[in-house]
Design a protein around this ligand. Structure first.
Ligand SMILES: Cc1cc2nc3c(=O)[nH]c(=O)nc-3n(C[C@H](O)[C@H](O)[C@H](O)COP(=O)(O)OP(=O)(O)OC[C@H]3O[C@@H](n4cnc5c(N)ncnc54)[C@H](O)[C@@H]3O)c2cc1C
Length: 415
């Protein structure tokens, strides 16, 4: 290890990679850190606004910035893909067939969308009324489909088994769509379904009960235990396998005019050659210190890790200070801190002007940041404004710039 000049390599320049790089630089008073971000992408997206784009409430162009403009001054960007991690040599292999050395490695390449895991989906996504907010390539098609809905049409909003990013996103678009159809006086004549492979609306009953009432208010049929296994775009038919419930294993088919798909999500393939992962392919880290379980000079954060929090940019915001502090602690010969408490957030858009701001940490403990402004399960107009206007500013101008001080969530909240 070079004395007083520590090579820190970050795999992924998404929400997590840019935040960690910027935050490390804010702690770089002694110019100790030589930081390289590896990412092949030219663009960086603010994915939390994709829900609003698909619902016709946000300009797609505003979700996108060039990677070059976001790499913090003082960090280097290698526009390559990581192809392997060699922890015994402290190197990362790159798509240009070179290796880069590190003293500390931060692994945060997010999740890849696996359209072909669902039969027929790869062939029909982006046409035949089959859309998805999960990809910048198809998110604008969601809004296109919605505007073409006519009286008597059937809409499906599908949710696969966890894990996938932003567990609320598959139903958020259902509510934005229902409210749009209500405004167009089409809601009563259309048939809306929320088809989830799970047994309830949300992992935490505290929110699940309130969300079931929201769905009922719009007349959205709740198809629990319905796991989408096939989409035939030409005949506009969706096939589901019943997972759990009384009719476990049964196959059911529905026709649709619009189907919003949430693709199966997996960790990037290059990780599967490494011994950093669990059986499902996720990078194994301590859930509070975010330190890799086998290699102490490797940390992981964001969507790619085994931590049992809600996979969200909000979680990244709280994970990054832990990773940065722990790299500093290791350099200073101190013990790592176990300071990440599992915080995550899911602003549930329950209409085109309200949000139920779900915030929680490990163990399902409800941790609202501003309960005096809006109680967590209340549908709040103010929280809609926070989602649409405030959170994008917080992301681009605060989090991605490496600022770490935020309003703290209330840990002992009761209502
Ligand atoms: C529809 C939708 C709605 C969402 N809503 C919300 C919300 O309301 N609130 C919220 O907090 N979160 C939300 N999220 C989730 C949030 O966007 C993610 O949790 C967050 O972006 C995760 O950050 P990350 O850095 O782990 O991954 P990402 O931000 O996805 O970044 C991963 C980066 O790694 C790069 N990469 C991939 N492979 C390699 C490789 N081999 N080598 C190098 N680099 C690589 C990619 O190019 C990418 O730039 C939503 C996501 C979606 C899709």
């Amino acid at each position: 290890m070079a004395e007083n000049n520590y090579k820190i390599v970050i795999i992924g320049g998404g929400a997590a990679g840019i935040t960690v790089a910027a935050s490390l630089l804010r702690h770089n008073a002694g110019k100790q850190f030589d930081i390289t971000v590896i990412d092949p992408a030219s663009e960086h997206y603010y994915q939390p606004a994709f829900t609003l784009v698909g619902g016709g409430c946000f300009n797609f162009e505003k979700t996108k910035r060039s990677m070059k403009s976001l790499i913090p001054k003082g960090a280097k960007w290698l526009q390559e893909a990581a192809t392997n991690i060699n922890p015994e040599d402290n190197t990362v292999s790159l798509s240009n067939n070179t290796d880069i050395e590190y003293d500390y490695l931060v692994v945060c390449p997010g999740l890849a969308l696996d359209w072909s895991a669902t039969e027929g989906l790869a062939e029909t996504i982006g046409k035949n009324g089959v859309c998805s907010n999960y990809s910048p390539d198809y998110v604008q098609y969601t809004w296109e489909c919605l505007q073409k809905i006519k009286s008597g049409d059937t809409l499906f909003f599908c949710q696969p088994p966890l894990p996938f990013k932003c567990p609320g996103a598959p139903q958020k678009i259902a509510y934005l769509s229902a409210d749009y159809l209500k405004q167009k006086k089409l809601l009563e004549s259309c048939d809306l379904h929320f088809a989830t492979s799970g047994p309830k609306m949300f992992g935490l009953d505290y929110f699940a009960i309130s969300l079931a009432k929201v769905a009922d208010r719009y007349g959205i049929e709740k198809n629990f235990h319905h796991h989408l296994i096939k989409v035939d775009g030409d005949s506009k038919t969706a096939t589901f396998e019943l997972m759990g419930g009384d009719n476990q294993g049964e196959i059911v088919e529905f026709t649709f005019d619009m189907l919003h798909a949430t693709p199966v999500q997996r960790t990037p393939a290059f990780l599967h050659n490494t011994d950093l992962i669990n059986e499902a392919g996720y990078v194994e880290v301590h859930q509070n210190s975010l330190q890799q379980l086998k290699y102490p000079n490797i940390f992981g954060l964001g969507d790619v890790t085994t931590t049992p929090n809600s996979k969200s940019a909000a979680a990244v915001r709280k994970q990054s200070p832990t990773v940065v502090q722990n790299i500093k602690n290791m350099i200073d010969g101190k013990a790592v801190e176990e300071s990440y408490n599992g915080y995550g957030s899911c602003p549930l858009t329950t209409s085109r002007s309200t949000v139920m701001m779900a915030e929680f940490m490990y163990g399902g403990v409800i941790t609202p940041t501003m309960p005096y402004i809006a109680k967590p399960r209340v549908e709040s107009k103010l929280m809609w404004r926070a989602k649409k206007f405030g959170l994008p500013i917080l992301y681009w101008d605060y989090m991605l710039k490496g600022y770490e001080k935020f309003f703290e969530p209330k840990l002992n909240y009761k209502d």
